[in-house]
Design a protein around this ligand. Structure first.
Ligand code: ADP
Ligand code: ASP
Ligand code: MG
Length: 813
């Protein structure tokens, strides 16, 4: 004997019911087929009951739709000649249902007994129609109403199965029946007084387990819409995988903590008989599914699955009057239990100062009221505080038999949540140590599940979620580099980089699944209107783990939003120098946010584009070295200009060319006035550990006063033409001294300066080509021969690759 249970989605429509027939036709054994109501029907029946009891006539519409659905299914499943008898039976059931709902409507009330009677129609109808369909397909099938077998009795206000009576009924009935397939409704039962009762939402699984245990079935098969019990709810975590083999205890713990695929009470009856459960997928019958047995997976992984329960509220009993006074917690739990409120999670501070329980949010109003009433005396005297609930919470649990023998799991769990800015409200660890659970905000559940899943089950692959602002020169190159490197990164560095959102100054576009980088231009062009605050809001609402904000703009406005990203544990990578060269206080604040929120703030491209200058500096300092002096040519733009300017060109033309080839800032005056280099040396000085403001940097400008005073590019370029003789003089003077013009930045003993210098032959800077940068670090370990970093220091391609390198640094963080 095998017991097979098919859930709501497996019987949702005739097409699926035909799938069931194809599956069971292959069975040689005698089977009991337990079925749920057609998918969604239980919810609609409850809805109709509620509407009727509030005297809302629209219950009739709900009822009519349900009737139509069952009649249509009957017509589609049965051959014409077999339909009329079944259709009239279905209609007569609906007539009875209508009478019951009318009763509720006229009285304006629905009792639990009437509600149970109303919902029982869902399973009664589905099992009846399916049994008739199987018969019409020439299968040896028979219908048996579970209410004639499963008997419940009231215990503490709840319907509990009376196993003695139920098992006896079951054995007696099946001993006498030799039908190959017996179709039974799940979920429904009868009270000792003869009224219809139910076994709780999701209770058809339990029905099947009761039959299996009573009859010592060979196996209990739960057929559903997923291929087994997964490492996490596959609807929340895309990367979740079916668990091939799991112990009863682990399965029970996972289902208790929200893995809806198995109704928690299901395991107990089969566990005591040692009957295996297999969870299979009606829509993919070949998939192996999950086997649940007694055997423990001793060598298995520590964490077997992650589950969650939503709709949780917290109530805490606290106050000085609790310390050392026995019986307070007893009273607290007693009032909750008397009100039939089940406690999902408990923690008590060791000081005995507070007890905190997680309950279903549906019960919270009642709980608060009764607890405040019960402790009125203590509350009035200030010994206990008035209970105030916290809502919109959820429990997340890690489950596994082997967790108890491993240290560090909870540390890993909480640091993963912390890194992703998931606030943990309460922590609990079951005495069995098969479970570590915590309460978090409901809004963080998806992120928490995915982050934990990545940490415990996908140790190999880390997903980085990028939000890119600015897709011009540098941004477009950056996106192209990601597109062409994605596969390599996934295979070699185990990093899965996805761009979730992007924006230019006109439009912005988001795709939760990752934007296709082959067609982003088109998607962005048709996106919504760009809005910096809305962008931030969307990034926060999406609430993805490992989120990174990438700023490829030169905008001051964008740079002021970093603190909000970092404060939400979103890393920031930027080539925009404005933030790091703004007031020291702001720079220090951003760095401190990055530390507090575990969100890296990286800006390698602020100095020397893709050259690893800041990273090297950080490593020198981290390893205990001290920076004594920095000498550098840090402007790719100015280097390009002075390498190309001579007595056969004009200064204006060379600057224009530099601008057109993307070597200057959009506003070239920022480069030529030395402001850009000032920012860079300031950042290097700060990264070396010094507190410095931009006003502390000496700048001897080489531009004429008039050029410096211009306020737009056009006037600026015009002034360059006007002052050509000035620039030619600078060139001639250097040439006469057998030197070259270089714009040099220096930091020495607390003093930073920038300016144009004539560099003589033989100097490290003399042969600097094109747009190259060079930095000489004189340190305690490199006092005479400096550490030198040299290479292309400007250009979209190298800047993009510098940003990319920062992203990878975060990936390895
Ligand atoms: P049925 O109607 O067949 O009884 P349920 O909806 O009750 O099906 O249970 C199956 C659903 O359980 C899946 O579709 C999935 O969304 C949910 N679920 C939650 N956690 C898990 C998990 N760990 N593994 C598999 N499914 C899960
Ligand atoms: N139909 C019932 C419910 O929706 C029982 C079940 O499907 O298991 O809860
Ligand atoms: Mg179910």
């Amino acid at each position: 004997m095998k017991v097979l249970k098919f859930g709501g989605s497996s019987v949702a429509n005739p097409e699926n019911i035909i799938k069931i027939k194809n599956i069971i036709s292959k069975y040689e054994d005698q089977i009991i087929l337990v079925v749920s109501a057609f998918g969604g029907v239980t919810d609609h029946l409850l809805e109709a009951g509620t509407l009727a009891s509030t005297q809302d006539e629209s219950y009739k519409k709900v009822l009519a739709t349900l009737e139509e659905r069952h009649l249509t299914a009957t017509k589609q499943l049965l051959p014409v000649n077999a339909q009329s008898r079944v259709l009239s039976k279905v209609k007569s059931e609906f007539n009875e249902l209508e009478t019951l709902l009318e009763g509720a409507f006229y009285i304006g009330e629905i009792t639990p007994r009437l509600s149970d009677r109303i919902v029982s129609f869902g399973e009664l109808l589905s099992s009846y129609i399916i049994s008739e369909y199987l018969k019409s397909e020439q299968l040896d099938a028979k219908f048996k109403d579970s209410r004639e077998i499963i008997i419940t009795q009231k215990l503490n206000g709840k319907n509990m199965v009376n196993f003695a009576k139920t098992n006896a009924n079951c054995i007696a009935y099946f001993k006498a029946s030799n039908a190959k397939i017996t179709v039974c409704p799940g979920f429904i039962s009868t009270s000792e007084e003869g009224n219809s009762t139910t076994l709780g939402r999701g209770g058809s699984d339990y029905t099947a387990a009761i039959y299996a245990a009573a009859l010592d079935a060979e196996i209990l098969e739960i057929w559903t819409d997923v291929s087994g019990m997964y490492t996490a709810n596959p609807k929340m975590v895309k990367q979740a995988k079916a668990i091939p083999h799991i112990s009863y205890e682990e399965a029970m713990e996972l289902s208790h903590f929200g893995a809806k695929v198995l109704y928690p009470p299901t395991i107990q009856p089969v566990l005591s008989k040692g009957i295996s459960i297999v969870i299979k997928n009606t829509f993919d019958p070949e998939a192996n599914g999950t086997l649940i047995t007694k055997s423990k997976n001793e060598k298995g992984k520590t964490v077997r699955g992650i589950s969650h329960i939503g709709n949780i509220a917290l109530i805490s009993l606290e106050g000085p009057g609790m310390v050392g006074i026995p019986g307070i917690s007893k009273r607290f739990f007693e009032v909750l239990s008397q009100a039939d409120i089940s406690v999902v999670l408990i923690t008590q501070a060791s000081s005995e100062h507070s007890i905190c329980v997680g309950i279903s949010a549906d019960d919270v109003e009642k709980a608060v009221q009764i607890v405040n009433e019960a402790f009125e005396y203590e509350i009035e005297r200030g010994r206990i505080k008035t209970v105030i609930p916290e809502k919109d919470l959820a429990i997340v649990a890690l489950v596994g038999d082997n967790m108890k023998s491993h240290q560090g799991l909870s540390g890993k769990m909480f640091s993963t949540l912390g890194k992703n800015n998931v606030n943990i409200r309460v922590i609990a660890q079951g005495a069995s140590e098969r479970n570590i659970s915590c309460i978090i905000d409901q809004k963080d559940v998806k992120k928490a599940l995915n982050a934990l899943h990545e940490e415990f089950f996908e140790e190999n692959i880390k997903q980085l979620n990028l939000f890119v602002m600015g897709v011009g020169n540098v941004g477009a190159k950056f996106l192209e580099q990601i597109r062409s490197q994605r596969k390599f990164l996934k295979e070699n560095l185990k990093l899965n980089i996805r761009v979730i959102g992007m924006s230019n100054s006109r439009t912005m576009f988001f795709d939760e699944k990752g934007i296709d980088l082959n067609t982003w231009q088109e998607k962005l062009a048709n996106g919504q209107k760009a809005d910096k605050s809305k962008f931030l809001e969307l990034v926060n609402t999406l609430n993805f783990r490992n989120s990174i904000f990438v700023d490829n703009t030169a905008s001051e406005d964008v740079s002021t939003s970093y603190s909000e990203y970092l404060g939400n544990s979103i890393s920031v990578v930027t080539c925009n120098k404005i933030a790091c060269s703004s007031a020291y206080e702001n720079y220090a604040h951003l760095k401190s946010l990055a530390r507090s929120y575990n969100a890296p703030f990286l800006f390698e491209t602020n100095v020397g584009a893709g050259l690893p200058i800041i990273d090297t500096l950080k490593h020198l300092i981290a390893s205990g070295d001290k920076i004594l002096k920095i000498q550098a040519v840090l402007s790719g733009s100015l280097n390009f200009v002075f390498n190309n300017f001579n007595d056969t060109t004009t200064f204006h033309d060379v600057v224009k060319q530099a601008q057109e080839e993307g070597y200057t800032e959009p506003d070239p005056k920022i480069d030529l006035s030395g402001v850009d280099v000032m920012r860079k040396i300031l950042i290097l000085a700060r990264e070396s550990g010094n507190v410095l403001e931009i006003s502390d940097i000496k700048n001897n400008p080489f531009l004429p006063e008039e050029s410096l005073k211009t306020t737009n590019n056009e006037d600026f370029f015009a002034s360059l033409i006007k002052h050509e003789p000035h620039f030619q003089n600078l060139y001639a003077s250097a040439k006469n001294a057998d030197s070259k013009l270089k714009y040099v930045a220096q930091y020495d003993n607390g003093v930073a300066s920038v300016g144009l210098q004539e560099i003589p032959k033989g100097h490290d800077f003399y042969n600097l080509e094109g747009s190259d940068n060079i930095v000489l670090f004189y340190t305690e370990r490199y006092p005479n021969q400096p550490m030198i970093i040299k290479g292309a220091g400007a250009g979209a391609d190298v800047t993009a690759s510098g940003i990319f390198a920062d992203i990878i640094r975060i990936g390895n963080f």
